[in-house]
Ligand binder design. Sequence first.
Ligand SMILES: [Zn+2]
Length: 91
Amino acid sequence: MANASKLIQEIERRSPEDLRQQCRFTRIKEQMSDEERSSIERAEESVKMDTGNGRTRTYSARWLSNVLTKCGYPISDSTILRHINGRCGCE
Ligand SMILES: [Zn+2]
């Protein structure tokens, strides 16, 4: 019985918040000032809107990851891409 209730506790402790853990991109944005964050959000939109492919892209996840990494927020382009495509845990 003691084991059974421990099991229940373990299961119930897993809240929806745990399941929807925010990705590194969002957590990085939370460390920024409001001004920086809105600038990153504009960049994010630009990446989303840029319809070019490969070298014809002006704004890419790779570009954004380079900018962020250079400014002391190391992040991979695949993490950014996952977030932009809505395949991360955010929202
Ligand atoms: Zn995300």
